[in-house]
Every structure is written in structure tokens, then in C-alpha cells.
Design a protein around this ligand. Structure first.
Ligand code: ATP
Ligand code: MG
Length: 573
């Protein structure tokens, strides 16, 4: 059963998937039955290019694309680029790359709201002509003041009763750049006493001199999102405009524009609960702050919840799609445990990642009775989970590395790894027994472990039925490839960053979210590992070659996810 963490009481509650997962499909089925859109289904994903896409956007993309595909419909990618002060081409390019990478195909339907600026302007003119829009000279503070509150009705703007002619003249002058930024706005004339604040004469155009990434300086007035969005949807023939819950109260306004302007396609807005994930933030504003203030290395820092960071971290498109399918769609907000996301990539890599041996914190082991110059090659399975994965040869010699953690000078009870006088199996090779240790004179730290091996235990098999409980991995010193390895942990120490009153989410960043290890020792087959290649480092986790920093001279690996499946624990409870 899928479990979710309930936002309010943080208890694990069963996900009400059966009830909700199909509510959007149900609406679509009904529309099809009633022939509301001539049996068409057409969805879109409308990102604003003011940041990189994150895992929450992936949920929306998978949902919109999934709905279109399942209904033999169409899917558009449309940039909602109506606010040039925050938008950049870098973001447009990254979004296109990420949506494509997720395996989503918009065919030839890539659009920009800015491509509709003329059409949107014409709609504004139409509203003015109908007496349904007016130019208002109140400033932003005054507009807020006049708007009223949830309990008090708003007051009419003193400019509300301008004549159609006057409004027309002023709006054209706004467009022609005759007024200062912010000095006037165009507002829809709806109802200042509406219980819905969005209906109290909302602003639909503002004056803003900012260079637009596509239209340059052609315009100095820009439509507001609430105005541009329904028009863009309708223009593209979008049947179901799926958005997150915070737009529920905007739906009457969305419908008002479509009805009043009487556009041909009356798109239907449907809201669903946005994705929240534990131990991270999914607000572009907060992600931008992390980047701008240097708390992370950039939008693609592998600790970030962005698609580009997840790609770099070693997530695959299929693992993200699997996650988006598992979480389902609901009508009420909740927070999903990040362990479920990790579970999805772990499961996939368990099936397909090649197993290799890597020692991250090396300790030298010398096998005293092994011939000095002998090198034996042992055949090791590439992936025991996959019978077709084949084998490879791993060299073994007198001097090896093991993990520091796999040796203990004074072991506690039930320590089955290497210790003085104790015997362990070196994965796939021999039994070895610790006979001596060499210490650093100054620090007393063990720097070399001396062992003997049992030649009769070749292949790691007991020659006489004697049992060896521990099996540890190793890398031959002479053959090892050096690498840098980055271990990642949650970006935030707390489950719900920013939720504690008086605590800045920045102060909740996990100080141990990254640990960089140098001079790690990898088995020689990794010498030619390519950017993005994924492996299981046996007993340690899944790792991939970093796409940005790894070079021929120094391989850099990112830990995608550890082997410990905390999700399995949660869902087994
Ligand atoms: P922010 O929350 O930082 O303001 P945004 O949601 O406004 O970001 P957009 O670029 O407007 O960012 O989002 C594009 C689409 O993705 C919208 O339809 C939005 O509803 C959806 N979306 C954004 N965040 C999430 C999320 N966490 N879960 C699901 N869908 C999301
Ligand atoms: Mg938005």
C-alpha cells in the first residue's frame, strides 16, 4: 500500500488513491460523454521560465502528458512568459531539456504566451469596448486598500466609471509608452463586493519597461497571469487546463474571461494538490534563494530537487515517472516522504546497475603469505539480479585496500568483519585472517593490516566446512583507480523546512548534506567509466559518474542513493 505523510499530524496514513487518482479522468469521461469538447482531450504544461523545473513540476508534466496519452489526446508545452522582469532564456532552455529528458513529447506544439501578446491585447480592447474594463490610476497600495478583505467588501475605484472612449484612449497611450511604469493599470470591471477577492476588479495589464526574452522592447505593457492564462488555453484549444489547488479561487475569474470575451474554446480548469516532499523545498522562490546566496552550487547541485540536479545525481527519467505514478493525484494537500522517491530509483538500479567494488575510505591490507608478484584474476558477476549481465575479471594481489570501517582493532561482540585474530572472506576470492597491525607512531592509528590467506579457500569457498560470517569488498592496490566520491544526504535536516515559526528555512540546511571523499580506490574496470554511467558500489550504494566535474584525470562519482531502504521499513509497518 502507498503511504503518505499527512501534513498536519505527520502520521503515516494510507493514501486514498482509490478515491482520488481518477477524479480528473472522471471529469474527462463525463465531458466526452456530454460532447463538451467534441470528444477532444488536449492538455498543456505551462511553466513560467523564472527558474529550473523541480520534481513537483515533473508531477504536473507526467499528469498532463499521461492524461493526453491515455485519452488519445494532445499535449502542449507552453511558456507562461508574461513577466519579463523575472524570466530568462537560460530557464527556457533548461525547461525544454528537462521536459524532453523526462520522455515527454510535445511534437510540434511548443508555444509561448508572449506569442499571443497581440491576441491578448485585442481581448483587452474588446473588454474595454464592452464596458468591462477600465484604466485605473490608483497605485498598488491603494488598489490593495480598496480591495477590502475576506470579511469586508471592496470599494469602487474612483476611476471605475471612465467612459469607454476615455478608457480606450488611455489604454492605447499605456501601450504606446506615454505613461510611467506603475502609474496606471487596466482592470476588469467585475464586482467589488464579490465574496471572491479575485473578482474584485482584478488588474489585467500593467506598465513595465523590461526587455522580454522573446519580444524584446516591443511592449511596455504586459498582461497579468490570470488574464493571459485562460486566453492562451482557449487559443490553443486546451480542453482541460490542469493546475494546482491555489488556483481554485481563480477559477471563477478564469471562466469569466472565457465567457465575457466569448472565446470559442471554453477550456475547463481542474485543480489538483501540488507535490510537497519532506526534507526539501519545492518553491522556485526558495530554490532561487539557495542558488543566489550560494548555499548550493547551482540549480543542478545534486542535492537540489530540480530535474537537472536529479539527472546529475543519477536519477533516471523512468524512476521519476514511476514516482509520479505512485504518488497519484489528490484534491487535498499532503507531503510525500522523500524515502519514496529514493525507493523508486533504488529499485530500478537494483535491476540494472552493474555491481563493482569501490573502497571509499581505504585501509591498506597486506597478505604476508601471498606471492609478491602474483596477480590472479577473479571472475565476478556484473549483476546477480540479471542473469544476462555477464561477468568481468577483477585482479587480486598481495596489497589491497579495504574500508576502514571493515576493520576494528577492538571489536564489539557480533562484529563479523576483520579484527585481530579473526577471519573474513574477501568477496569472491579468499579467506584472510588478521595476524598483525602496523600503527602510526604519532597518532596510534592503524595504518596497515597484515593478514594471511588460505590458498584452499579460493573463490571464497570454505575448504573444510569452517564458517566465516563476514564478507567484505576490496580493491587491489596496484590496480586501483583513484576517484573523488561525493556522498549526499538530505538538503534539509528537518522534515518540513520553513514550517517552524521564527526559523528561517536557510538555517535548517543540513550541514552534512555533502561529504567529499578524495583518493577513493575503485576496481580497474571503472577506469573508462563515462559521464552519467551508473553503478552499484557493493555494500555502499548506487553511484554515477558526475556529468559536470568528472574528467579523464579525476573521475568524480555522486552517490545517487544508499542501499538502505527506509521506504520499505515505512511501508512494512
Ligand atoms: P512556485 O510554486 O515556485 O511559485 P510555480 O508553481 O508557480 O512555482 P510554474 O512555472 O508556474 O511554477 O509551474 C508550472 C506548472 O507546474 C503549473 O501548472 C503548476 O501548477 C505546476 N506545479 C508547480 N509546482 C508544483 C508542485 N509542487 N506539484 C505539482 N505541480 C506543480
Ligand atoms: Mg505559477
Amino acid at each position: 500500500m502507498n503511504m503518505k505523510t499527512d501534513e498536519k499530524n505527520n502520521e503515516n496514513i494510507p493514501e486514498e488513491k482509490e478515491i482520488y487518482s481518477n477524479f480528473i479522468q472522471d471529469i474527462i469521461d463525463k465531458d466526452t460523454e456530454e460532447n463538451r469538447f467534441g470528444k477532444r482531450v488536449h492538455t498543456r504544461f505551462p511553466p513560467e521560465p523564472n527558474g529550473y523545473l523541480h520534481i513537483g513540476h515533473a508531477k504536473s508534466i507526467c499528469l498532463n502528458y499521461g492524461i493526453a496519452s491515455n485519452n488519445n489526446g494532445k499535449f502542449n508545452l507552453r511558456f507562461d512568459d508574461t513577466n519579463p522582469s523575472k524570466e530568462e532564456n537560460e530557464y527556457v532552455e533548461s525547461i525544454i531539456e528537462d521536459v524532453k529528458w523526462l520522455g515527454v513529447d510535445w511534437e510540434d506544439r511548443l508555444f509561448y504566451a508572449s506569442g499571443y501578446f497581440h491576441m491578448i491585447y485585442d481581448c483587452a480592447i474588446k473588454l474595454i469596448e464592452m464596458g468591462k474594463a477600465f484604466v485605473c490610476d490608483l497605485n498598488a497600495d491603494e488598489i490593495r486598500e480598496y480591495r477590502g478583505t475576506l470579511t469586508e467588501p471592496g470599494k469602487d475605484s474612483p476611476y471605475r466609471n471612465r467612459t469607454i472612449e476615455e478608457n480606450m484612449e488611455l489604454f492605447v497611450k499605456m501601450k504606446n509608452g506615454e505613461f510611467e511604469d506603475g502609474s496606471r493599470v487596466l482592470r476588469a470591471k467585475i464586482d467589488m463586493s464579490s465574496p471572491n477577492l479575485n473578482m474584485r476588479d482584478p488588474v489585467i495589464y500593467r506598465i513595465m519597461r523590461a526587455k522580454h526574452h522573446r519580444t524584446g522592447n516591443d511592449w511596455c505593457i504586459y498582461p497579468m497571469y490570470d488574464f493571459a492564462h485562460p486566453l492562451s488555453d482557449s487559443y490553443e484549444g486546451i480542453t482541460h487546463s490542469i493546475c494546482t489547488l491555489e488556483f481554485e479561487d481563480h477559477r471563477p475569474l478564469y471562466n469569466w474571461f472565457l465567457e465575457t470575451i466569448d472565446l470559442e474554446c471554453k477550456s475547463r480548469q481542474i485543480e489538483f494538490a501540488r507535490l510537497n516532499l519532506t526534507h526539501t523545498v519545492l518553491s522556485k522562490r526558495k530554490l532561487l534563494q539557495l542558488v543566489k546566496e550560494g548555499h548550493v552550487e547551482g540549480w543542478n547541485d545534486p542535492r537540489m530537487p530540480t530535474i537537472s540536479a536529479m539527472r546529475r545525481r543519477g536519477y533516471t527519467p523512468s524512476s521519476i515517472r514511476e514516482f509520479c505514478g505512485k504518488i497519484g493525484v489528490a484534491k487535498s494537500n499532503s507531503t510525500v516522504d522523500i524515502a519514496l522517491l529514493e525507493h523508486c530509483i533504488r529499485e530500478e538500479l537494483n535491476q540494472k546497475a552493474q555491481r563493482v567494488m569501490a573502497v571509499l575510505k581505504p585501509l591498506k591490507v597486506i597478505i604476508d603469505n601471498y606471492p609478491d608478484d602474483l596477480v590472479e584474476e577473479f571472475e565476478v558477476s556484473n549483476n546477480p539480479e540479471d542473469p544476462n549481465s555477464g561477468t568481468r575479471k577483477v585482479p587480486f594481489s598481495k596489497v589491497l585496500y579495504i574500508e576502514q570501517d571493515d576493520f576494528c582493532e577492538d571489536p564489539p561482540k557480533k562484529y563479523f568483519r576483520l579484527a585481530p585474530g579473526k577471519e573474513v572472506r574477501l568477496k569472491s576470492t579468499y579467506f584472510i585472517k588478521c595476524v598483525d597491525v602496523k600503527k602510526d607512531e604519532a597518532t596510534g592509528e592503524v595504518i596497515e593490516v597484515h593478514c594471511t590467506y588460505d590458498p584452499e579457500s579460493k573463490g571464497g569457498n570454505s575448504p573444510d566446512g569452517r564458517k566465516v560470517k563476514g564478507t567484505i569488498h576490496w580493491v587491489s592496490s596496484n590496480h586501483a583507480v583513484d576517484a573523488q566520491v561525493r556522498l549526499y544526504d538530505h538538503l534539509f535536516s528537518v522534515q518540513n523546512p520553513g514550517a517552524n515559526e521564527g526559523v528561517d528555512f536557510i538555517d535548517e540546511i543540513n550541514p552534512k548534506s555533502i561529504e567529499v571523499l578524495h583518493s577513493c580506490k575503485l576496481e580497474p574496470s571503472l577506469k573508462d567509466a563515462k559521464s552519467g554511467d551508473m553503478f552499484q558500489f557493493m555494500r555502499l550504494g548506487y553511484f554515477c559518474v558526475d556529468m559536470v566535474d568528472s574528467t579523464k584525470d579525476e573521475l568524480v562519482f555522486n552517490r545517487t542513493v544508499s542501499l538502505k531502504d527506509t521506504w520499505a521499513k515505512i511501508s512494512n509497518k
